[in-house]
Design a protein around this ligand. Structure first.
Ligand code: NAP
Length: 319
């Protein structure tokens, strides 16, 4: 796409919401910066299932307050390109990462500074040594994992069961729980066993007779659980005697179990995503990137992630 200096690329739904086929790469005006805001030249934008779930049809989009034309994606990393009046914390040229609600897969995003992941978006300084591709994949999954950890509070005396441990949220949850000293058993398909081991989890296959496999693997019992895929892990953990107070869900609600919310950091500790970024920059936490796609291949990126068997994060390259 040829561009003049005041236009830029943005992935959008224009005619209708829908699946990946409804996404288009458009030429749009470079967004203006208002007071208290910064504009970021995006370099990498990580995808989350939430991105395509929210925009899958008009009714769902309306529930999330979205209307056409509508951008796509939340997580981003890039460089501050313009600073609005009254912003003290960021300067042009600063490397930043964060969330920009349903608009991050674009050359430019405008976000509030500081703020929270929501309509206004948010921004954090990218630590030195952390690649944009990694920083651009932290916001939702990192925050959600931190929120689930804050609910379950695993420690050295715990054997924590994580259902769906190899996915975007799982890779953070497993490693954060290991850093907290817990033994971690992670569910996955047989094909995910090596990836789970590399994160520090003991792999176990999900599905029928999971409770039996867990009794064998952890004869002293499971003490805490997170369900990052559905509700199956919670059901098995209950069967094994894990109390509801030591469990969290993120993908589907279970009566009596606290849901973790990564979208607004509601139950994550303040500063959780910055801490994750520091751990990643120090090499103490790995962020596996399942695949990176150029922005004109965003539909393929969504299709890959929607298959629900990726290990780690799917990232769009906008450099
Ligand atoms: N509440 C919130 O704030 C919040 C925030 C973020 C995400 N979420 C939701 O949480 C879920 C996970 O997000 P994510 O980013 O981690 O997704 P993801 O990256 O798409 O998760 C993929 C993982 O799911 C695993 N999986 C597939 N089928 C499974 C099954 N039957 N049982 C257990 N695991 C299975 C896969 O493992 P195998 O390849 O080994 O099968 C794969 O590693 C999504 O539904 C998402 O919408 C909620």
């Amino acid at each position: 796409m040829s561009m003049s200096s005041n236009t830029s690329r943005a992935v959008q739904f224009v005619e209708s919401f829908g699946g990946p086929e409804a996404l288009d790469l458009r030429e749009v005006p470079v967004p203006d910066v208002g007071p208290g805001q910064i504009r970021v030249r995006v370099i990498a934008a990580g995808l989350n299932p939430m991105d395509w779930f929210m925009t899958s049809d008009a009714d769902t989009a309306a529930r999330f307050g979205l209307s056409l034309p509508c951008g796509f994606g939340n997580d981003y990393a890039g460089v501050v390109d313009e600073v609005g009046d009254g912003v003290g914390e960021f300067n042009v040229g600063d490397r930043v990462f964060g969330g920009a609600f349903s608009r991050s897969v674009a050359d430019y995003v405008v976000v509030d500074a500081p703020g929270h992941i929501g309509k206004g978006g948010d921004a954090h300084h990218t630590p030195d040594g952390l690649a944009d591709r990694i920083a651009g994949a932290l916001a939702i999954a990192g925050c959600t994992a931190a929120a689930a950890l804050a609910i379950v509070n695993p420690g050295p005396s715990d054997t924590l069961l994580i259902g769906g441990a190899g996915g975007g949220v799982g890779v953070f949850a497993v490693q954060l729980a290991r850093l907290a000293g817990a033994r971690v058993i992670g569910t996955g398909s047989a094909a995910s066993a090596d990836a789970l081991r590399a994160l520090g989890a003991e792999p176990v296959t999900y599905g029928e007779s999971l409770a039996d496999r867990l009794r064998e693997l952890a004869p002293d019992g499971i003490t805490a659980a997170m369900d990052l895929h559905s509700t199956d892990t919670i059901a098995v953990a209950r069967e094994l005697g894990v109390p509801d107070a030591r469990m969290a869900t993120i993908a589907a609600a279970v009566d009596g179990v606290t849901p973790a919310n990564g979208a607004n950091g509601a139950n994550a500790a303040p500063g959780a995503v910055e801490k994750i970024a520091r751990l990643a920059a120090e090499g103490r936490l790995r962020v596996p990137i399942a695949a990176t796609f150029p922005v004109n291949e965003v539909r393929a990126a969504v299709e890959l992630q929607a298959g629900r068997h990726v290990h780690g994060k799917v990232v769009i390259d906008l450099a």
